[in-house]
Design a protein around this ligand. Structure first.
Ligand code: AHM
Ligand code: MG
Length: 344
């Protein structure tokens, strides 16, 4: 009789089955000296809400929750029913968890003060990103940033607790509701991705220590707006075409970002005539992804400044965004600078 020792790595699947998000988060708690486990619990709360949103998303076509809700949000954008459902689900999970004192959401005009006397974290969230893709069964996402409040726990929430630059994030992440559902997050010690196993109802580590390729050959931009771009953006996109790069644009930031993060590419949402400050929101879209991009070896800028260093001045502030593989973003910046210099 032959007896062989168990060798978990032999199949190459050791990571894809085995390490749950929960276990992974617990094992990483020691990265934070004096950690009390609240951030870990907060990440678990977000994961739980995302499972519920995932369920709603999967059955959207059957349960009459597709389509418009009939109201616009504070930014004048038409809310979809799923936007509203996702917003409720995440706020409920974050308020019940007890670790969060305040929430900034794309769907809410003001900061939500949870009146939680023991919460030390502030969460900025886009509960459902890529709303225009909900009804056509194309990937959508959730984006979140987590900050530690600046004022003492239990005291009233002040502006300085909320209006923090991205460099102050203690964690950020996104959930991609795609061909499979994934949760990707960072706490400043690299980036890890987890795939949702529907039948087991859990996220499993599937993409450990994600590293963005330093260079790539994919560019993602809404070319329909090219007549509204600055010359530098146009010149850069022309250079991509001259190099026969692939154009890939889903119109869901999370999905476009995720593809480029894994394969190497650049995502651009520049200032346009319609959106002179860009379209994407600094506090709950750009910052979270910029933190992840940098942690994976990529870059994120607004065209002149590192995204993470921008001091927010208003809750729903917009920013141009150039994010992705380091060399591509650097290359894009050189085109903007050349074009700016030619105007002098
Ligand atoms: P949303 O948060 O209202 O869904 O808007 C953000 C979305 C991004 O996901 C996407 O990259 C972008 O808007 C697409 O905008 P456009 O249709 O102008 O290209
Ligand atoms: Mg969004």
């Amino acid at each position: 009789m032959k007896i062989l020792p168990y060798q978990p790595n032999q199949s190459g699947l050791a990571y894809s089955v085995g390490t749950t998000l929960d276990r992974f988060i617990k094992s990483k708690q020691s990265d934070f000296p004096f950690a009390s486990g609240e951030l870990s619990q907060l990440l678990r709360d977000i994961a739980l809400a995302s499972k519920i949103v995932n369920r709603e998303t999967n059955r959207a076509g059957l349960s009459n929750i597709g389509g418009a809700f009939g109201q616009t949000n504070v930014q004048g954008e038409e809310q979809q029913k799923l936007d509203v459902i996702a917003n409720i689900r995440f706020i409920r999970a974050l308020s019940k968890g007890g670790e969060v004192c305040a929430i900034v959401s794309e769907e809410e005009d003001a900061v939500i003060d949870l009146q939680n006397k023991s919460g030390k974290y502030v969460v900025a969230i886009d509960p459902l990103d890529g709303s225009s893709n909900i009804d056509v069964n194309i990937s959508i996402g959730t984006i979140f940033s987590i900050y530690r409040r600046k004022t003492p726990v239990g005291s009233p929430i002040l502006e300085e607790d909320i209006m923090q630059p991205g460099t102050e994030q203690v964690a950020s992440g996104y959930i991609l509701y795609g061909s499979s559902t994934m949760l990707v997050y960072t706490t400043g010690f690299g980036v890890n991705g987890f795939t949702y196993e529907q039948s087991l109802g859990d996220f499993f580590l599937s993409h450990p220590s994600i590293q963005a390729p330093e260079n790539g050959s994919i560019y993602s931009i809404n070319e329909g707006t090219q007549n509204e771009w600055e010359n530098g953006v146009r010149a850069y996109v022309d250079s991509c075409k001259n190099k026969n790069y692939s154009a890939r644009y889903i119109g869901s930031l999370v999905a476009d970002f995720h593809r480029n993060l894994l394969k190497g590419g650049i995502y651009i949402y520049p200032a346009t005539k319609k959106n002179p400050h860009g379209k994407l929101r600094l506090m709950y879209e750009a910052n979270a992804l910029a933190f992840i991009a940098e942690q994976a070896g990529g870059t994120a800028t607004d065209g002149s400044k590192r995204i993470l260093e921008i001091q927010p001045k208003s809750l729903h502030q917009r920013t141009p965004l150039f994010i992705g593989s380091k060399k591509m973003v650097k290359d894009a910046l050189s085109y903007f600078q050349k074009s700016a210099a030619s105007l002098l």
